[in-house]
Write a protein that binds this ligand. Sequence first.
Ligand SMILES: Cc1cc2nc3c(=O)[nH]c(=O)nc-3n(C[C@H](O)[C@H](O)[C@H](O)COP(=O)(O)OP(=O)(O)OC[C@H]3O[C@@H](n4cnc5c(N)ncnc54)[C@H](O)[C@@H]3O)c2cc1C
Length: 120
Amino acid sequence: MHAINYEAPSTLDQAVSILKTHGENARPFCGGTDLLIQLRAGVRRTSHLVDIKKIKELQTLSFDAKKGLRLGAAVPCIDISESDVMRKHYPGLTEAAHLIGSLQIQNRASVGGNLCNGSP
Ligand SMILES: Cc1cc2nc3c(=O)[nH]c(=O)nc-3n(C[C@H](O)[C@H](O)[C@H](O)COP(=O)(O)OP(=O)(O)OC[C@H]3O[C@@H](n4cnc5c(N)ncnc54)[C@H](O)[C@@H]3O)c2cc1C
């Protein structure tokens, strides 16, 4: 692996600004369960990793009968599969999150990362 700069912004604005500045040379990541493996295997290269786990809005998991579900892109799968609210209103998502890898992976892996990687 080559040297990579690590950044962990605490706001969406900061994250967007870093990604904009470095363009194709920057990559957002969350759990790293897909991306770090791809970097190690040399199938992907980047010079800036932008860790989005510290961005509060992206960690939101809330439900309101009128407004519906708010599910942040950085919410780990374990929070979904262990949430009573999710089990009650979105059992399909609960099951899907529970099916991803092992408990260790579910603790790291995010919903956003899963959608963005699109791995079958
Ligand atoms: C042992 C093992 C078992 C696994 N089992 C399964 C399985 O059963 N089913 C399955 O579907 N997957 C599985 N995976 C793959 C992986 O764990 C999941 O896809 C996981 O949800 C990825 O989330 P992450 O947060 O770790 O993503 P990361 O590795 O952090 O990111 C994945 C990709 O998404 C991009 N990305 C991440 N967050 C964002 C964002 N907010 N906005 C834009 N782009 C973003 C990154 O740049 C990267 O390209 C497994 C992986 C391992 C190592």
